[in-house]
Write a protein that binds this ligand. Structure first.
Ligand SMILES: [Zn+2]
Length: 451
């Protein structure tokens, strides 16, 4: 009894500390080893640190990470903070029906399509402070640098914050950029429920948004000529090469499939081992298959089960139902699809052999996006001018740039990420590397303005 009480008290205190406010000064830590010589040409590392620091406070966790999931009031709060900075930078600001934020400088040629950059401010639960915010803050830094230098760009320049990139709540992801590019299937979207059983519409209502907004957010013509996104690498290649930034050559397309096994819940004590329809053992057999599935097809493919729900989830009850999501990616569409179909076949095979029901639903399938030669040429010339060795990278993660890449030329700049860690409070990129990325982005955007 005493032990149980101790645990309860401990949890209470933990939560109390989190609610009272976690002491963590990201700005100060960032500035501690910053090479100030990178604050020039209108780009300010100090401003980048201040802004990353201010954003980190919205949803800061006791682990010094951030929990700012899509469609939460915290995501909206972060957007509003950036919208204020956009206005201060002299941008006009709108938020579309899907909650995507667009800050815009009209430019000299007001009727031209825009050159654009941006990313997202939502995070996974207990995520880091750079995945997303770095792309938004560096995009905004380009506008700030022009303001400091008294430059008006030739064409319109836009900074985007896309809604719910991570897709934590509804197992989707890229929700805002999919809505904008017309790739969001609203018929499916309205059927989605979060872990607490709330529908997409009900969750939207808590942030003051409506379903119609998502339909209206679709643009017939994007009005964007080119888009460049800065993002942390989420891998170790740049760190191993001792480089601050790299050029992305292609973005792997993710495919998410929901697999539900339904067996029979029963008493763990009274049901003999030869008379069970255990949904969880079926799921486990599949998960072990999935671990080896990519290598049978491709050296660049990856497959993960990161989310699983067991019902009724009782210590003395045989699991009657298991819902899991498979995340399968590759940079080539045909090999990615081959891995997916192998997993689906295996899921069915296991259901038959274990006498359980299986329901398989594709949740998302996004085509990989190669980066075009012209955008690569622009980044190559920026790297040459800045005397940075060119390291080409493949993005294993999906990004908002990928959704736009189906319609317009896009590019991505990756920034060195300590130990390749992301989606974790330990995610870290030095301020010097963040600021170098802002310089690369600024020069690349300026070259796009001249095209
Ligand atoms: Zn991201």
């Amino acid at each position: 009894m005493n032990n149980i009480n101790l645990v309860k008290n401990y949890i209470k205190i933990e939560k109390g500390v989190a609610i009272l406010g976690v002491q963590y000064d990201l700005e100060k830590v960032l500035l501690s080893d910053y090479n100030q010589s990178w604050s020039h040409n209108g780009v300010s590392g100090e401003r980048i640190a201040k802004r990353l620091g201010d954003l980190s406070k919205i949803g800061l966790t006791s682990q010094h990470g951030v929990s700012r999931v899509g469609f939460s009031p915290l995501e909206q709060q972060a957007k509003e903070l950036v919208m204020n900075w956009m206005r201060d930078a002299g941008m006009s600001v709108i938020q579309d029906g899907a909650g995507n934020v667009v800050g815009r400088i009209a430019g000299l040629n007001k009727d031209a399509d825009s050159i654009a950059s941006g990313s997202h401010v939502d995070s996974v639960p207990e995520g880091g402070h750079f995945d997303g915010p770095l792309g938004v803050i560096t995009a905004l830094e380009v506008a700030e640098s022009w303001k400091d230098q008294g430059i008006t760009p030739t064409k319109p320049y836009e900074v985007y914050i896309f809604t719910d990139e991570e897709g934590t709540r509804f197992n989707g992801g890229l929700t805002g950029s999919r809505a904008m590019t017309g790739a969001l299937d609203m018929e499916t979207q309205v059927t989605l429920k979060d872990a607490d059983g709330f529908t997409f519409e009900e969750v939207l209502a808590t942030t003051g948004k409506k379903l119609e907004g998502f339909t209206q957010a679709k643009r017939e013509n994007l009005g964007i000529e080119r888009f460049i996104e800065v993002h942390i690498e989420q891998g170790k290649k740049l760190e191993q090469a001792n480089l601050s930034v790299g050029i992305v050559k292609g973005i792997a397309g993710p495919s998410w499939t929901e697999i539900i096994y339904e067996g029979k819940a029963g008493h763990a004590g009274n049901t003999p081992m030869d008379d069970r329809q255990d949904a969880l053992t079926a799921a486990c057999e599949l998960i072990l298959y999935i671990e080896n599935a990519p290598l049978l097809v491709s050296t660049t493919g990856v497959a993960t089960v990161g989310k699983m729900q067991v019902e009724p989830n009782g210590a003395n009850v045989i699991p009657g139902k298991v819902t899991l999501i498979t995340d399968i990616r590759d940079i080539e569409e045909h090999s990615r699809d081959q891995i997916v179909s192998n997993v689906v076949n295996k899921a069915q095979e296991i259901a038959t052999s274990r006498n359980v029901e299986v329901t398989i639903t594709e949740k998302m399938r996004t085509a990989p996006v190669p980066i075009g030669d012209e955008m690569t040429r622009i980044l190559n010339s920026v790297f040459d001018e800045m005397k940075i060795n060119k390291q080409y990278l493949v993005s294993g993660a999906g990004h908002d740039a990928m959704m736009l890449g189906a319609h317009i030329p896009v590019a991505m700049i990756f920034t060195r990420s300590k130990d390749g860690v992301s989606h974790n409070p330990a995610e870290w990129t030095t301020l010097t590397d963040c600021t170098i990325s802002a310089h690369v982005l600024k020069q690349a955007i300026e070259k796009c303005m001249e095209q």
